[in-house]
Design a protein around this ligand. Structure first.
Ligand code: GLN
Length: 312
């Protein structure tokens, strides 16, 4: 009898899980106190292809708060609702080479450098469609849910924990309000951003959300058009140049894929027109990227020849 067929993708995910689970370098983020309660051993991997097939390994169904991995998705929603020229008036697209929470704005425009760092993401949240805080909040949650193909909910404990300790983001928001690039009420804008960051997802959700961007804005599971091809392409482009903060350059050289990381340990990477990768493991390197996530993603890229700059 023939051995049952195991997809090479599933095979590699299982193999990566078995090997990288031994990797225990890095620290769980604690500056948002609730995040410090994460199990450092969690490790989930998932791949979603554009035909709607999902491969998973490890803790791929453990819920965690999305944090900064929300940024490219909310940026795509803002582009969809306002268009690139209007969004560019308030948020730039230049890489910073700085940490995710750097307190630095563009010198002449007062814009945050890009939507993948905290400053830019705080403004971006206010640019989604809606005239009131309530309407924008609803737009963000339903938009993130459409990317995932299921209804997402917010972890209010994590949200409140960040709201109570987020002085650095508060400082950034006041600076941008003073510069005229954050035009909404400061406390409401921060609340919106903290809420977005506290949306609960699984590694599998991340893979599907990323496959939606890779597929030009169409969710491969539900068939719903979540954002336009242009909005998805712009979000992927900014992920490529700015998605892993001060590691973005080396990341692109090594993995060659648009990506985004977050402090709860989530990491996504996209192969346009093909697939979305989701990784999750809470131990972070000093730049705030998941140690196992980065290692798994770089190996997946190398083993399957996914580097976008390399001829097939
Ligand atoms: N909510 C987090 C913060 O603003 C998100 C940061 C991150 O995931 N890198 O600090």
């Amino acid at each position: 009898m023939n051995a049952p067929f195991v997809s090479p993708i599933q095979d590699l995910l299982d193999d990566l899980h078995a090997r990288l689970i031994e990797q225990r370098a890095g620290e769980v983020a604690t500056y948002i106190p609730e995040l410090g309660k994460a199990d450092p051993e969690w490790f989930g991997l998932a791949v979603a292809t554009l035909d709607g097939t999902v491969y998973e390994a490890g803790d791929s169904r453990v819920p965690f708060t999305i944090q900064s991995v929300s940024k490219p998705f909310v940026y795509a929603l803002a582009l969809q609702d306002r268009g690139l020229p209007d969004v560019l008036k308030q948020v730039g697209v230049e890489p910073t080479g700085d940490a995710f929470n750097a307190v630095r704005l563009e010198p002449y425009t007062g814009r945050p450098y890009n939507p993948m760092v905290n400053a830019g993401a705080i403004v971006t949240s206010t640019l989604v469609g809606g005239d009131t805080y309530e309407e924008r909040r609803e737009r963000i949650l339903s938009g993130l849910s459409a990317f995932a193909g299921r209804e997402l909910v917010v972890d209010h404990k994590v949200m409140d924990s960040e709201a109570a300790t987020g002085d650095r983001n508060r400082a950034l928001a006041y600076l941008m309000h003073g510069a005229g690039t954050l035009t909404c009420d400061v406390e409401e804008s921060l609340r919106l951003y903290f809420e977005q960051c506290a949306a609960l997802v699984t590694t599998t959700d991340l893979a599907v959300m990323t496959a939606t961007l890779a597929g030009g804005g169409i969710n491969p599971l539900t068939g719903e058009t979540v954002v336009s091809v242009e909005a998805a392409a712009h979000a992927l482009t900014v992920m490529a140049t700015c998605g892993t903060y001060d590691y973005a350059g080396e990341w692109l050289v090594r993995a060659g894929l648009p990506a985004k990381s977050g402090v709860s340990g989530g990491l996504i990477a996209a192969l346009p027109s093909q697939l979305g990768l989701g990784l999750f493991s809470p131990r972070l390197d000093p730049r705030g990227n998941s140690v196992r996530g980065v290692a798994a993603c770089e190996e997946l890229s190398q083993r399957f020849g996914l580097h976008l700059m390399r001829p097939a």
